[in-house]
Design a protein around this ligand. Sequence first.
Ligand SMILES: [Fe+2]
Length: 155
Amino acid sequence: MSDLNAFLERLNTVLSWELAGTIQYLHHSTMVTGPWREPMMKFFQEGSEEAREHAQAVANKIVALGGIPTVEPATIRPAASMEAMLEAALQLEKDALAGWLHAYELAEHSNPGTAFWMEEFIAHEQEHVDHLMKLTKEVSPSMGASKDTESEQVG
Ligand SMILES: [Fe+2]
């Protein structure tokens, strides 16, 4: 497989996660119930819209590089409670960030201009992961590290 084809394959993986995000966030915006429905509905709607914008941008880039954008979403995680929806969102954003970083590894060699273009998206994905780690309490100020991390805790 040529370098460019390998890069396009990884960009299509990114696209599949953005498509999954578009659908999952849309689904959860309609499903969320309870006293926090109003702000959470808006939160999930905005997540869906941003994922759709990212999907469109990546699909346009894939075509510009001579590839064919996938129409298959990656894993969509259903959830019933607000907590489970936020946990599903965190897992989604971690997967999406990993996909972007995986594609970025090949970008500089395959298409240097695209590497610069990707950095802004990667920074956004990292912000989403950071924010959702706080929302799910996977990280808290007193811990100084993920709850999964046993060592090197601050405080
Ligand atoms: Fe995204």
